[in-house]
Design a binder for this molecule. Structure first.
Ligand code: SF4
Length: 312
């Protein structure tokens, strides 16, 4: 979808004011250009400068307060988060050349004949080219189209079915994205090697070392949980992440004898919990926060499902 198509969609909705949520990477001239173009089309644009990491975060309440009549969610696809306002999702593919990276780094795929191809949304338009190139160089390539996911091979930070579905058929995964976030999510949940094709750094990297590092942190945090007395349960205001924490509180307090505190916020950071006397954090936020994103907090943290598996 191009900006013209987005404008058509907004006009179909008769939107006069649109609330725009976008990834931080677009906070530059690009997002201002989009805002100016909408203004020129007679649609007032409100740029939401709070961070938006995914389609789990729909700010319909804030948009309504600003009397907007639609939300434009840039860089994400719909996965069913409810909204009181209509939402136009704009994938926003990024101009990139993963095949040139493959040409340069192809030997890093040596030893892997069957490749499971996955990637993040912004590079989904390049998946067919990458597949064709790999096949031309003799690889057998698997790309899964799964229900509820828009593009073949697409994985999200918290939706990994397009990878898991083909795990048994492949020797390794190749993940087309920027940085290692998406590849890491899949490798932490499967048992096959993961090579990330980073279109920005223009390199292919085997991230097995990173999986081991995260697994060690999780194991250490599990043992720290046993001795923790004061536990903060983190709950997000983000619509697609929010769960009611009361049964978790009950489990921790009654069954495990912990002193518990429910801590609710928008984006929860170390600064926001500073000053509270806590030994441990149990996250009900985005599943990645309590898995591979725990190090930005000064006290140990785990997701609730990891806690529930700890044998007392
Ligand atoms: S829950 Fe986390 S991984 Fe899933 S879309 Fe939201 S921010 Fe991304």
């Amino acid at each position: 979808m191009e900006l013209n198509d987005v404008i058509k969609e907004l006009k179909k909705l008769k939107a006069k004011r649109v609330f725009i949520q976008f990834p931080l990477g677009l906070k530059n001239d690009k997002i201002q250009k989009i805002s100016r173009t909408l203004d020129d089309e007679g649609i007032d644009a409100v740029l939401c400068i709070e961070s938006t990491y995914g389609a789990c975060d729909i700010r319909d309440v804030e948009a309504k307060r600003l009397e907007c009549d639609a939300i434009l969610h840039v860089g994400h696809v719909d996965f069913g988060t409810s909204s009181e306002l209509p939402v136009v999702y704009w994938e926003y593919f990024i101009d990139s050349d993963p095949v040139s990276v493959l040409e340069k780094e192809f030997e890093k795929l040596d030893g892997y004949e069957k490749i499971g191809l996955v990637g993040s949304l912004q590079y989904m338009d390049k998946i067919p080219e990458v597949k064709e190139y790999l096949e031309k160089r003799g690889k057998k390539v698997f790309v899964a189209q799964v229900e509820g996911v828009k593009y073949p091979g697409q994985i999200l930070g918290c939706r990994l079915k397009s990878g898991k579905e083909i795990e048994d058929k492949v020797d390794a995964f190749l993940c087309v994205s920027a940085a290692k976030f998406y590849g890491l999510g899949l490798i932490l949940n499967t048992n096959k090697p993961m090579l990330t094709l980073d279109v920005e750094r223009k390199e292919i990297t085997d991230i097995a070392f990173e999986k081991k590092r995260i697994q060690k942190i999780i194991a250490w945090n599990k043992s720290a949980f046993k001795d923790a007395k004061r536990v903060g349960i983190l709950v997000s205001f983000k619509k697609g992440q929010m769960i009611l924490p009361y049964s978790i509180k009950n489990y921790l307090a009654k069954k495990l004898n912990k002193e518990t505190y429910i801590l609710a916020g928008d984006e929860i950071t170390q600064e926001k919990i500073m000053g509270l006397k806590l030994d441990f954090l149990v996250s009900t936020l985005c599943p990645r926060v309590g898995t591979d994103d725990t190090e930005r907090f000064e006290i140990p943290m785990l997701n609730f499902d990891q806690i529930a598996k700890i044998k007392s």
